[in-house]
Design a protein around this ligand. Structure first.
Ligand code: GDP
Ligand code: MG
Length: 423
């Protein structure tokens, strides 16, 4: 059984909390793309955790967690994240954490280049998380990146370090006029942060394929949402990797396997971190109210998230990109107490109404068309069954299902693991 948990919107839909909840039935949880630019918040009986690189299954003792080959891994960040979790009593051993030998390493100079480029762009910046993600994925496709498995081949690694450092300085020194990267610091970095991680490194493709053949249940955890996918998102304001479910078997290391199910995580309203077109955006007081109600500040960066009402045009597109079979709708409790709710049901482009998400460049010319529905005035955070929910909340859910043509099977009404309703 292979299930993907993926984001329908711009990210921060609550994927981490849904993986934490739904992984009770799974043997393996695998991250398949992205790096430590992810911020997945999980709250359960063990405490509150913000996960950047580790899969959200790490908090379940009997789940094996995999960092797949589609990921980029900042060794220092991973070491510190593992340290933080261990301090909180979470067990992490090579038995329950496996890192792909083909995963790419994010180097300190990638982080530096990310910052240098954002500074160079100034007010044209992309809103990068400055964690080196775009530079490291670029190097991957330039075939100038290091992979985890190289840590086992010291002599070869030394040779490559020399070549890559020389090449890297062409842009670091020649282009950005920054301090050169040195061979010594690069080798020292591998020694300090790579060496201790070696016991965790393995051929995770082989491991996952075997696990699947033994009948184990595998869950893939996406970072970011469909609208940040490198191909299908709001390019160039996207991430640098494939966030979509169809990529999960590839980024995990099992391109031979097919997904059985794709569960889309969709937020009851819209949020977006960073730059880029965000058609149904709220501003001023309206935005402030929603941002405060939802606590919309980035888990990885602390940046205030941009907010807006539910966008059916973007979400229907996200559902299509993710091939979602069903939807978990998150943060419905945040909308409680609003007399009236707006839903963006279509866009107006050059005087015409459109329902299909357009080429990103024209998004700035699109105007959101809102429909108003009645809100509910009571707290729903204690609801655990569909019949506990007020009629207006159920009507809202049904309207989203209809607009997006996809069944909503879970609704979350709080950040804690058990704060949800199964429909
Ligand atoms: P992810 O990146 O998709 O895993 O999502 P984040 O963790 O970045 O953002 C989701 C935020 O909403 C986190 O702070 C969660 O603790 C919180 N959250 C998740 N589900 C709910 C919910 O149903 N209600 C409320 N109020 N908060 C939630
Ligand atoms: Mg997040």
């Amino acid at each position: 059984m292979l299930t993907s948990i993926c984001g329908i919107n711009w990210g921060d839909e609550g994927k981490g909390r849904m993986v934490d909840l739904l992984s009770s039935d799974y043997d393996v949880v695998c991250r398949y793309q992205g790096g430590n630019n992810a911020g997945h918040t999980v709250i359960n009986e063990r405490g509150k955790f913000i996960l950047n690189l580790l899969p959200s299954g790490i908090l379940r003792e009997d789940v094996v967690n995999v960092l797949g080959c589609g990921m980029v891994i900042d060794l220092k960040h991973l070491t510190e994240e593992m340290g933080r979790l261990r301090e909180a009593g979470v067990k992490i051993t090579p038995e329950n954490l496996k890192i792909s030998d083909k995963a790419v390493i994010t180097m300190p100079y990638h982080v530096r280049l990310d910052c240098l480029e954002e500074e160079r762009l100034a007010d044209k910046k992309f809103g990068s998380t400055r964690r080196g993600i775009a530079p490291v994925y670029s190097d991957k496709y330039m075939k100038k990146a290091f992979r985890m498995g190289e840590l086992f081949h010291e002599e070869l690694l030394k040779e490559r370090v020399k070549d890559i450092v020389e090449w890297k300085n062409l842009s670091v020194v020649g282009g950005y006029r920054s301090e050169p990267v040195t061979v010594e610091e690069t080798l020292a970095y591998f020694k300090q942060y790579g060496e201790p991680l070696k016991p965790f490194v393995t051929d995770t493709g082989l491991y996952l394929d075997k696990a699947h053949k033994e009948g184990k249940k595998i869950m893939f955890e996406a970072q970011l949402g469909a609208l940040r996918d490198i191909d299908f998102g709001i390019y160039p304001y996207t991430s640098s990797s494939s966030t979509i479910a169809a990529y999960a078997p590839i980024g995990a290391g099992v391109p031979n396997l097919k997904l059985d199910k794709s569960i889309g995580i969709m937020k009851a309203y819209s949020t977006c971190v960073g730059e880029g077109p965000f058609t149904a955006e709220y501003f001023g007081e309206k935005a402030e109210k929603l941002r405060e109600a939802g606590g919309e500040y980035g888990a990885a960066t602390g940046r205030p998230r941009r907010v807006g009402p539910f966008d059916a045009v973007a979400s229907a597109y996200g559902i299509r990109c993710q091939g979602a079979d069903e939807i978990a709708l998150t943060k419905l409790d945040v909308l409680s107490g609003m007399e009236e709710l707006e839903i963006c049901t279509s866009y107006e482009l050059n005087g015409k109404i459109i329902h299909d998400f357009p080429f990103p460049d024209v998004l700035t010319e699109c105007k959101p068309v809102f429909e108003k529905v009645k809100g509910w005035n009571c707290d729903i955070s204690a609801c655990r069954r569909a019949e506990d929910l007020p009629k207006e909340a159920l009507d809202y859910i049904r309207m989203l299902e209809k607009l997006c043509n996809c069944k909503i099977t879970y609704v979350s009404v709080g950040a804690e693991r058990d704060a949800y309703v199964k429909l």
